[in-house]
Design a protein around this ligand. Structure first.
Ligand SMILES: [Fe+2]
Ligand SMILES: [Fe+2]
Length: 286
């Protein structure tokens, strides 16, 4: 698990009115039948237009799953076959890089998931993307601290994100949130993100605490309510494909699983200034 800090400059008083937007495009699985590349491109374009930031939760290139990679490594394939697979993965990676390139200064982190290609030099499609775009690579699970910086007023407001590519499966729309809910008891953060499930579920929790202040020489406890969100980051892999070969249904079709709600989540973070101080919290997930 890695921890990184990203500073985001904000200017007063705009930040009190305009929330900061973060989009989570991941689980594109380019290379697999049903990967909706155009929708992915459109979401990134929409985010750039809005001035959003991005977190990329892995599974971008679907050339090999963990079991596929083990099988390929043990199969003793000819170099020419491995090279052809590598070229296929590299083509998919370059398509994704082209989409992400105009957003690179606003990408906060790239994660790795289950699906990626590992090149003969040990790098992967995810680590190469992160390097090319000059974006921090967070691995499978990471702690991302955002620091909203108001230079003029010399204020720094922290906001902690727990993000994992994730694990598990479930038919229900809120199944990724059950996984996150259990981890939220143990990792303290302001926002929890999980990929992998290809679901855009979101739920707010309110944490309560008491802050103590000295007023007129007396200590006084004030109840503080802090909204926290658990969020599934979504995905771009269609479960049902028009006119696909009847002898080769998708995994989703074969298992009678519900179709994914394609796309990514948008998280809105607001900076609040009140008698308890200045702090950042999630205000909504779209
Ligand atoms: Fe995935
Ligand atoms: Fe995954």
């Amino acid at each position: 698990m890695r921890a990184i800090l990203r500073r985001i400059e904000v200017s007063y008083p705009d930040y009190l009115r305009e929330p900061v937007s973060i989009l989570t495009p991941g689980d594109l699985q380019l290379g697999a039948p049903g990967a909706d590349f155009e929708r992915f491109r459109e979401d990134v374009r929409r985010g750039i237009e809005k001035g959003s930031y991005f977190i990329i939760p892995g599974d971008l290139v679907d050339i090999a799953s963990p079991s596929n990679r083990r099988a390929i490594a043990g199969a003793g394939l000819y170099d020419s076959v491995l090279l052809a697979l590598e070229q296929y993965a590299e083509e998919a990676r370059l398509m994704i890089r082209e989409v992400l390139e105009p957003a690179k200064d606003r990408i906060l982190a790239i994660l790795s998931g289950h699906h990626f290609w590992q090149y003969s030099d040990g790098t992967t499609t995810d680590t190469r993307l992160a390097k090319d775009l000059n974006v921090p690579f967070l691995g499978f699970t990471g702690a991302l601290r955002l620091e909203f910086v108001d230079k003029e007023r010399k204020i720094e407001v922290p906001f902690d994100i727990y993000i994992t590519h994730g694990d598990g499966s479930g038919r229900l729309p809120w199944s990724p949130l059950q996984r996150l809910h259990s981890i939220a008891n143990y990792f303290i953060a302001d926002l929890y993100l999980i990929g992998h499930h290809h679901k855009r579920a979101a739920v707010p929790l309110h944490r309560m605490s008491v802050r103590w202040y000295r007023r007129n020489g007396k200590m006084q406890g004030v109840l503080v309510e802090l909204p926290v969100h658990l969020v599934g980051t979504g995905g771009y892999l269609k479960g049902y494909i028009e006119n696909d070969p009847p002898w080769q249904p998708t995994y989703i079709e074969a298992k009678m699983l519900p179709p994914a709600a394609l796309g990514c989540s948008e998280i809105l973070i607001r900076i609040v200034e009140d008698d308890k101080g200045v702090y950042a919290c999630t205000s909504a997930v779209v």
